[in-house]
Ligand binder design. Structure first.
Ligand code: HPA
Length: 272
């Protein structure tokens, strides 16, 4: 089966359990995964029941699609996500994005934990992704083109919706949540960056660095999603004052930022 047919096949399987089209799709990263518990659940579909959602025995603990109500909207969220650094192909990583769109969602909210390279940022802060740089060295759209998947050369002048950025800024102001707007650069990982790499990435124009999101956004643009991306700044990566990264502390910082991030996203969903 070609990719388009596999996407349709997965969507068909999911609709047998969750027949109604969701309005908003959410792909939460570290720091936003608690939003899964805020959804008033109507249906849960384990990844293992969905053809093409891959072997999920790896690191993800909640490998399921969650359907329900959040902020008065019908939403679908992914519990569990594949990363390039785990050995998944970019087609695997972005397959759920295609399926979420095929189910009828037109808004995509996607988040990640990221290292902050902008010296004005603070650990636990939130960056609204205004633009991105793909430095993964690969692209999820490479392959034989099938026009049913979307345009062959998707335009990237506004991958992150200005309308949703403005909405998120307004909500953040009203809620008293400090947010930055900046550029996210994606690398494959899994090692963290060297000081020379941070210097290079910063000079290239990036404010945050991480190992996800960009593949899903590239595919999200191809399939016509209106996209909001958010980074939870878990640690500062300043090349001239770099300390060893502490993964436990990174996760702890993400958990501290989680309530604000969830409040922000929930209100954006309600008003999007
Ligand atoms: N690089 C550095 N620090 C980080 C990252 C990263 O990819 N993700 C979270 N903190």
């Amino acid at each position: 089966m070609d990719l388009y047919d596999r996407v349709q096949d997965a969507a068909r399987t999911i609709r047998q359990v969750a027949p109604d089209a969701p309005q908003v799709a959410i792909i939460p990263g570290t720091g936003l995964d608690g939003i899964l518990d805020r959804i008033d659940r109507e249906h849960v579909v384990p990844f293992e029941d969905i053809p093409g959602f891959g072997d999920t025995t790896a690191t993800t603990h909640r490998a399921e699609l969650i359907f329900g109500q959040l902020g008065g909207k019908s939403v679908v969220a992914t519990g569990g996500r594949h990363h390039v650094y785990e050995g998944y192909s970019l087609e695997d990583v972005t397959f759920p994005t295609r399926v979420l769109r095929a189910l009828g969602a037109d808004t995509l909210i996607i988040s990640n934990a990221a290292g902050g390279m902008n010296p004005h940022y603070e650990p636990g802060g939130i960056m609204l992704i205004e633009d991105h740089i793909n430095l993964m060295g690969v692209n999820p759209l490479i392959g034989p083109h099938d026009e049913r998947l979307g345009p062959m050369f998707p335009d990237m002048c506004e991958p992150y919706s200005k309308r949703l950025l403005d909405l998120a800024e307004r909500v953040a102001l009203e809620e008293g949540i400090r947010v930055h707007q900046g550029v996210y650069v994606a690398v494959t990982g899994p090692n963290l960056e060297t000081r020379a790499e941070y210097r290079f990435l910063r000079a290239a124009g990036a404010d945050c660095v991480g190992m996800s999101t960009v593949p899903e956004v590239i595919v999200g643009v191809q399939v016509g999603f209106e996209i909001l991306g958010l980074s939870c700044v878990t640690d500062l990566c300043l090349p001239d004052a770099l300390e060893p990264a502490n993964i436990d502390r990174i996760i702890h910082t993400a958990q501290q930022a989680a309530p604000q991030l969830m409040r922000l996203v929930e209100r954006v969903v309600a008003e999007a």
